[in-house]
Design a protein around this ligand. Structure first.
Ligand code: UTP
Length: 243
């Protein structure tokens, strides 16, 4: 690598995005959302940022698992593998729409020794990643990738606007939290993850994020104006988890 490209690589801000499957495929593929999402990400790449985008499974995962359940008993392992493959088909879709900007390989199983920065070595603005191991979530994959890339910020895009102090679906007096530290956030989500868990961010990923002093933003990805505000450090709707 020549000196100039090394300098560029080191000064770029890396943002990891956990792109919830509920945004890619809520019940059918939301291509209108993806089209606008693409425009925003590309304009940020042009401003000098680089992205690692980790895709969730969404409706595809649930639809396949439910179909299998109608016929047979589905083991947890099979359930996870269906989920992983759903995240991978979504990752391929994202790679396809970002073809010009994305590293050509989907990072589904980064080897421990692999330098993930190589994914940006030719000036690619994006690396795409998908599900990795049974028993994990795409949030955990995103947090591991943030660790490996030494990224400071992870944006969790899903269909929830804010973190609440308790489940707003169960408690009408649940309150919005705009900023919280990891210790208190982890008191809300607990220490256990299970498939389909209704938590704003995976509790196991939260443990790792706390250890790495990662900043995680929880926000509704559907609101793309809000996403632009996040990238421009303007006021936004969402929760910042940070120590
Ligand atoms: P996610 O739960 O991470 O995707 O993966 P999602 O679409 O963002 O999640 P929802 O819709 O908000 O719930 C879907 C499933 O794939 C399996 C898990 O079973 C998970 O529930 N998975 C994913 C793994 O087993 N390992 C991985 O590394 C990723």
């Amino acid at each position: 690598m020549n000196k100039k490209s090394k300098e560029t690589k080191e000064t770029k801000e890396t943002i990891v995005i956990s792109l919830g499957g509920s945004l890619i495929i809520p019940n059918q593929i939301d291509w209108q959302f993806l089209k606008k999402f693409k425009e925003i990400i590309i304009s940020e790449i042009k401003k000098g940022k680089q992205f690692a985008i980790v895709t969730g499974g969404g409706y595809t995962a649930r639809e396949y698992i439910q179909a299998a359940r109608k016929i047979t008993k589905v083991t947890l392992d099979d359930q996870d593998w269906i989920g992983i493959h759903a995240t991978r088909i979504n990752a391929h879709l994202i790679k396809t729409i970002f073809r010009k900007y994305a590293h050509s390989k989907i990072n589904k199983n980064p080897r421990v020794k692999e330098d993930l920065n190589n994914y940006f070595a030719r000036g690619e603005g994006i690396m795409i990643a998908a599900g990795w191991r049974p028993g994990w979530s795409s949030d955990l994959v995103a947090t591991i990738i943030a660790e490996r890339l030494k990224a400071k910020k992870l944006i969790n895009l899903s269909n929830i606007e804010y973190v609440y102090n308790k489940d707003p679906k169960k408690f009408s007096d649940a309150e919005i939290i705009k900023k919280i530290d990891w210790k208190n956030f982890r008191k809300i989500v607990g220490n256990k993850w299970s498939p389909g868990l209704n938590a704003p961010f995976d509790p196991i990923a939260s443990q790792l994020a706390e250890k790495n002093e990662l900043e995680v933003i929880i926000t509704n990805g559907k609101n793309l104006k809000n996403l632009k505000n996040i990238f421009s450090n303007k006021n936004f709707q969402g929760t910042i988890i940070k120590d």
